[in-house]
Design a protein around this ligand. Structure first.
Ligand SMILES: NC(=O)c1ccc[n+]([C@@H]2O[C@H](COP(=O)([O-])OP(=O)(O)OC[C@H]3O[C@@H](n4cnc5c(N)ncnc54)[C@H](O)[C@@H]3O)[C@@H](O)[C@H]2O)c1
Ligand SMILES: [Zn+2]
Length: 358
């Protein structure tokens, strides 16, 4: 099933129209404490559906640590206690944790009830809420249990982003930079010329950038919905990025996911430059943007064995000892399943330290 994506800053009336069309037997709304505080009041003022006494609000704790079986059970329990039928509707209002977990709960309850996603974080809007994947973490493994279950509709707006922390905002922007690199140099330039830290007051420009970013992901997902080949390109920046996140955890100083992706993108563009002829001028522009907006992830050559070890454990690797990368010949010109030697990877890490001035 294809999910309907609606880009609008008139969220309330759009939601009301969608709910009229779906005509559900009952309506449930999933939030966390932050979206209950910052987003729900806006929607209660703007949407008849959300304001209605009959909409039942389910509040769960915030954060990926709660994207687990216990929280899932509370959602199922609430739906069951309130006699949700097969034609009930769950409206997920929040970041990726809410849309992943709400999506999973809805896709399994009575074999699937209606869902509308209203992503309220930048990462949720450009990534988590739009690819049709749902999940919970299980047994210490992220997203181990999940479904491919597109929502009936996703309403994407930029009006909720101003209350995000700067870290959350930059983190989402990191995934947008990744999408731009998978698309074209023009899309990349649009992002690098926009200051997400000090955005203009007009939310429509940001909504246009988000729309472009989502279309990149949608295009890739449409060609490969179940991740047989091209969808793996969405892992650009993540092979090194996940290793940086793991190293940061080992140092007891975690870094936001999107920051790790941006720094990982720099290393993977260096590898792309070494092995696939990726343009060095674009690489330097990216590195300057990363340094200015995200700062530097500090590594020394003593960290290389750990980093290689983390990369070797990456679940995307097909053969043992071979570390699998998505690289680029140019923005939009994707090369899947490159397995550089360990020497090439350490050379790229050397160049990363050099470019970043470490
Ligand atoms: N399904 C997918 O394809 C996919 C893709 C990428 C990420 N994910 C998942 O998404 C999750 C990360 O997403 P995320 O960064 O949005 O996490 P999140 O849902 O934890 O949101 C980040 C923080 O921002 C708060 N927040 C959300 N909207 C807000 C607003 N408008 N104002 C103020 N605070 C707000 C949340 O309460 C939370 O504290 C992870 O669980 C990840 O696994 C899923
Ligand atoms: Zn990511």
């Amino acid at each position: 099933m294809q999910q309907q994506l609606i880009f609008t800053n008139q969220v309330g009336e759009t939601l009301d129209q969608l709910v009229t069309d779906i005509n559900p037997s009952s309506v449930f709304v999933l939030v966390d404490p932050n979206t209950a505080q910052f987003v729900l009041p806006v929607l209660q003022a703007d949407s008849k559906v959300i304001a209605a006494e009959t909409s039942s609000v389910i509040q769960i704790p915030a954060g990926d640590i709660h994207k687990d079986l216990d929280t899932l059970r509370t959602i199922w329990q609430h739906l069951s206690d309130h006699q949700a039928s097969r034609s009930a509707l769950l409206i997920n209002i929040g970041g990726g944790v809410i849309t992943d977990m709400g999506g999973f709960a809805a896709s399994t309850f009575k074999r699937g009830i209606h869902t509308i996603n209203i992503p309220t974080s930048l990462l949720g809007a450009v990534d988590a809420a739009v690819g049709g994947k749902t999940a919970i973490n299980f047994n210490g493994i992220k997203n181990q249990i999940g479904t491919f279950a597109p929502a009936d509709a996703v309403i994407i707006s930029s009006i909720f982003f101003p209350t995000l922390t700067i870290q959350e905002t930059l983190s989402g922007y990191g995934e947008m930079i990744k999408h731009a690199l998978l698309s074209s140099e023009q899309t990349l330039n649009d992002l690098l010329n926009y200051s997400i830290k000090n955005p203009p007051s007009d939310p429509d420009r940001l909504l246009a950038l988000v729309k472009e970013s989502v279309s990149v992901k949608e295009n890739i997902v449409a060609q490969d919905p179940t991740e047989q080949n091209l969808r793996r390109s969405l892992n650009l920046g993540h092979t090194v990025g996940h290793a940086f996140e793991a190293l940061a955890l080992k140092r007891h100083s975690p870094i936001p996911h999107g920051y790790a992706v941006v720094w990982g993108i720099i290393v993977e563009c260096i590898l792309s430059n070494m092995l696939e002829g990726f343009n060095s001028e674009i690489l330097y522009r990216l590195a300057t943007y990363a340094k200015d907006e995200y700062g530097i992830f500090d590594i020394t050559c003593d960290d290389y064995p750990d980093l290689l070890q983390f990369m070797s454990q990456d679940k995307k690797n097909i053969l043992p000892d071979l570390i699998n990368f998505t690289l680029l010949r140019a923005p939009g010109d994707i090369v899947l399943d490159v397995t550089p030697s360990h020497d090439n990877i350490t050379a790229a890490l050397d160049i990363y330290r050099d470019i970043m001035g470490i």
